[in-house]
Design a binder for this molecule. Structure first.
Ligand code: G6P
Length: 472
């Protein structure tokens, strides 16, 4: 019996130490939900890093046993692996390069070596479970080398790769000394997916210019193996957000929060702490809005949730300090005893409180400088069960290709984003409804379950096409 193995850097849980023991916190992310329909079936399994260090051999065995019950298998990373592979090559080399933040790229051979070694560690962990007739779906930029490593050992396996972050233009790709090995690693897969057409186009151009492999309508001939490359925009668990917004739990939170905040217009912004999200730009735009429109002071405020992330990486620490300073600046400049411009939270929130933030906010300001997809904007739209609300969305987010009924902005254009907020604040309800309804219709149709299905169907199609060609 063949099985399907999902692989990602992180498992859809996080392992946490508590009083000398450990516990597993499930991840509520959309991807985990969408892939639940796969890895929880039969002999299928999800392989990845449990997100924390387990040094003791006895405890490791316990973790393996516990995870087995959840249909998962761990790849343990040492402190050095985390420092050089995860924080290092993944998040100080690939992440900034692929998001066009070339000033943040660290080029370290030591990082590259660790990246190769940890990809190999993942490969070995998979080989301990996989056979040549299995399907292996590898996720994201931390594991670019894995498809080819697997292909060398399991030549007939069905291997897929999906990249959740942008793929940059050839001009960026060629800056990386390890560009050739990275691309070769990816083409070990039978199917390579990106969120947008542009990412796919950039990848095909890099593969053409760096590996000398041409493509025909997204099909590459690599080592006599057909590899398909295409765009598969990821959706959300629409129903979950819609249901949550209508639930008594969320409604209670809304009531409570509104009592505290009073009658004012609310803007919501939610991001992981990351320089790609453009958080400082957004704060500066909000200051400009209040500077130029005194009528909004005391009447409009912003709820800004920043979720801690990668806090051992220097560029993230510097960003945190910059945000703290900017929020302090604007709040000290405009606050009154009963109003603050920005309600700033540096932490994550329970699901129903987030749902309440989405439901009660009039405007979502989603203005990343670069983003593979961005699911926050989709979650906001799905939560608007009364059809009222306006989404302001960056053209640089993958989601902008689908959510064309948002007010689309260039996040670097301070004047443009400020005008978009003014436009949103004065948009009549009829127009809000038209825009939200149209976006909801497409999000409902192309939800996370549909995304998984379309991707898996394509994978099967590619395998059939390969078999067809071989038999000729
Ligand atoms: C992005 C990446 C994911 C990553 C997530 C959180 O969405 O595409 O691969 O897991 O950020 O980042 P972290 O470094 O905490 O895993």
């Amino acid at each position: 019996m063949s099985k399907t193995i999902i692989v990602s850097n992180r498992l859809p849980i996080s392992l946490q130490h508590k009083n000398g023991k450990f516990e597993f916190k499930p991840s509520a992310g959309g991807l985990a939900t969408g892939l639940g329909s796969i890895y929880k079936e039969g002999e299928n399994i999800w392989i990845g890093w449990p997100g924390n260090d387990v040094e003791d051999e006895g405890q490791r065995k316990e973790v393996v046993d516990e995870l087995k019950k959840l249909k998962m298998a761990p790849v343990f990373l040492t402190k050095k692996d985390v420092e050089l592979y995860y924080e290092g090559f993944s998040n100080e080399t690939i992440w900034p390069a692929f998001h066009y933040f070339t000033q943040h790229i660290n080029y370290e051979d030591e990082y590259w070596d660790a990246y190769w070694n940890v990809n190999k560690k993942f490969c070995d962990a998979i080989l301990a479970k996989a056979s040549d007739s299995d399907t292996i779906w590898v996720h994201d930029y931390q594991l670019l080398l894995l498809p080819m490593m697997l292909r060398e050992k399991l030549p007939n396996a069905t291997i897929a790769f999906f990249q959740h972050i942008p793929f940059p233009s050839y001009e960026i790709m060629r800056m990386l000394p390890w560009r050739k090995q990275m691309l070769e690693g990816m083409v070990g897969a039978d199917l390579i997916g990106f969120h947008t057409y542009d990412d796919m186009r950039h990848f095909l151009s890099a593969v053409g210019r760096i590996l000398g492999l041409s493509n025909e309508s997204g099909f590459i001939q690599a080592d006599n193996r057909l590899v398909n490359v295409d765009a598969f925009p990821m959706g959300i668990d629409y129903e979950k957000f819609e249901k949550a917004a209508l639930s008594p739990k969320t409604k209670n939170h809304v009531k409570k929060f509104k009592q505290t905040l009073g009658d004012q217009k609310l803007l919501i912004t939610i991001d992981r702490l990351d320089y790609s999200k453009g958080i400082p730009n957004r704060i500066k735009v909000f200051e400009k809005l209040l500077d130029e429109n005194p009528k909004y002071r005391g009447k409009v405020s912003m709820i800004m949730v920043v979720v801690p992330s990668r806090d051992q990486v220097q560029s993230y620490q510097t960003l945190k300090e910059e945000i703290d300073t900017l929020v302090g600046h604007i709040n000290s400049k405009f606050s009154t005893l009963n109003w603050v411009p920005i309600h700033y939270f540096y932490r994550s929130f329970p699901f129903n409180e987030l749902s309440a933030f989405y439901s009660m906010s009039d405007i979502a300001l989603v203005t990343p400088l670069r983003d593979g997809m961005n699911l926050v904007c989709k979650e906001f739209v799905a939560s608007k069960t009364d059809k009222k609300g306006v989404l302001i969305l960056s053209e640089m987010a993958g989601a902008s290709k689908e959510l064309v009924d948002a007010i689309l902005v260039n996040p670097n254009d301070q004047e443009g984003v400020t005008s978009a907020i003014v436009e949103a604040l004065s948009m009549d309800e009829e127009e809000q409804e038209l825009r939200i309804t149209s976006m909801q219709a497409s999000l409902k149709k192309y939800d996370i379950f549909q995304w998984v299905k379309v991707f898996m169907d394509r994978l099967q199609f590619v395998k059939e096409k390969q078999a067809d060609l071989e038999s000729k």
